[in-house]
Design a binder for this molecule. Structure first.
Ligand SMILES: C=C(O[C@@H]1C=C(C(=O)O)C=C[C@H]1O)C(=O)O
Length: 434
């Protein structure tokens, strides 16, 4: 077993662990970030070539909630010793932690904040290398170079997850009936499928493929949870807060020419507009106590991805002092985009109908820096490489169910949402998943 800095210096052991030491230097453009990742302990957050990759583990915290994580992180970052930093540093250059949280706080054991030892980042033409250690560094160490490329999984076999497709369609029907009674307005139901390869699946392969094909999404890897999400729960940069809300989806046609009409139909669909409105309202309501100047555009736009079109709204606001990215994520999760409306009713109904442990799917995933800035997206379009059998990966996809939802159309939508991961695994050609 690899000894972590935390063990060597006993950070997690004592009541007042020694402060972390952080040094950041500017480096020449390192090329594709994901190519630098080692096999073990790889962490990634990339979008359009920018972002951060990291590895090594200086500290790890297993929070009981997002607020608990915020408290731990603000204590840790207050005490750091910064030995070198960039002038006019881009957001993310310096002390950072990567993290991901479970959807359902009752299974909080699998949430984590990880403080990496080495971070390479790039933003707006500037690249940097950050080293974090539990004791003073004696030498800055070499600039990381590309590692041996990961290999594609082979021999993929697909199997059903918690529910078969007909059973999941039945659950959607039950949800529509429940909505018809007036008990709730919207509930998001997810399903899973499992892919098994001949050998251990290397998540770096998936990161590289997702980052390439879904460049406008945020491609992430934290503790074997890998995906490319189009939905930003909350980003805080300085005082500015943004949240990209998605809800209302249409599959893209095989013949790209029809997409203009599809987009126009989506923007007019009362079922999708209604579903979208619930999601936007839940975000605006949750931000209100922590922000001022909340701006909600009058109408959504159509966000185009290679597999689907979404109705999207970018909500902006100004953070009140003390409202960190993690604190805002705590207030926003779970939004109606992944849970439903009203939240409590939907939350109780989800496990009863899904029969699925969502684990960290649909929970916040992202990073936070020492000033409390950061980005927390919703872990969608993802898979979890199984810890006990890394030849297996469980993929998740969910759909917002409202009064007008049709079970067959929702199943087709879930298949479209599984496509990014399926393609990344190399399984887009061949027998489809169930
Ligand atoms: C739940 C997922 O996606 C969410 C549900 C959407 C919908 O139902 O239209 C759209 C985007 C996401 O907010 C998923 O991808 O698994």
């Amino acid at each position: 077993m690899i000894e972590t800095d935390a063990e060597r210096y006993g950070r997690s052991a004592g009541p007042t662990p020694p402060p972390l030491h952080v040094s950041t230097v500017e480096i020449a453009d390192p090329g594709p970030l994901e190519a630098l990742l080692p096999r073990d302990g790889a962490l990634a957050w990339v979008r359009r070539g920018d972002g951060m990759v990291a590895w090594g583990e200086v500290d790890r915290y297993k929070p009981t909630s997002i607020s608990d994580a915020e408290e731990w992180w603000s204590g840790l970052s207050r005490d750091v010793v910064v030995s070198a930093e960039l002038a006019d540093a881009p957001v993310g250059a310096g002390l950072v932690a990567f993290g991901s949280f479970v959807f359902d706080p009752d299974s909080a054991g699998r949430s984590a904040l990880v403080v990496p030892r080495t971070v390479v980042g790039r933003r707006d033409g500037r690249a940097w290398l950050t080293r974090i250690s539990a004791g003073p560094e004696t030498a800055p160490g070499p600039v990381p170079t590309p590692t041996e490329p990961p290999r594609a999984p082979t021999g993929l076999r697909w199997s059903e997850g918690a529910l078969s497709p007909p059973a999941w369609q039945h659950a959607v029907g039950q949800a529509v009936r429940r909505i018809g009674t007036g008990a709730l307005d919207k509930v998001v139901l997810a399903r899973d499928v499992v892919a098994t390869a001949d050998d251990e699946i290397d998540p770096r392969w998936l990161v590289a493929r997702l980052a390439d094909r879904y460049a406008s999404c945020w491609t992430y890897l934290v503790d074997g949870l890998v995906g490319a999400t189009p939905e930003m729960l909350v980003r805080r940069e300085g005082g500015l807060v943004t949240s990209r809300v998605l809800a209302g989806t249409i599959r893209r046609s095989a013949a790209g020419g029809a997409d203009l009409q599809l987009g126009a139909a989506l923007a007019r669909s009362s079922k999708d507009l209604e579903e979208h409105e619930y999601a936007v309202a839940s975000v605006a309501r949750a931000l209100a106590p922590f922000c001022s100047g909340i701006h909600v555009p009058d109408a959504p736009y159509v966000l185009e991805l290679p597999n689907v079109l979404h109705l999207a709204t970018d909500v902006t606001a100004v953070a009140r002092p003390g409202a960190s990215a993690l604190g805002l994520a705590a207030a926003l999760h779970p939004s109606a985009a992944v849970c439903g409306t009203p939240t409590d009713v939907a939350r109780a109904l989800i496990p009863a109908l899904e029969h699925l442990d969502r684990e960290r799917y649909a929970g916040p995933v992202g990073w936070v820096d020492g000033r409390g800035d950061g980005e927390w997206a919703i872990a969608l379009r993802c898979g979890q490489v199984e810890e006990t059998d890394p030849r297996r990966i469980r993929l998740f996809a969910g759909c917002g169910i409202v009064a007008g939802s049709d079970p067959e159309a929702e199943l087709a939508e879930s298949v479209a949402k599984l496509l990014p991961m399926r393609e990344a695994l190399g399984g887009a050609v061949g027998p489809p998943p169930p």
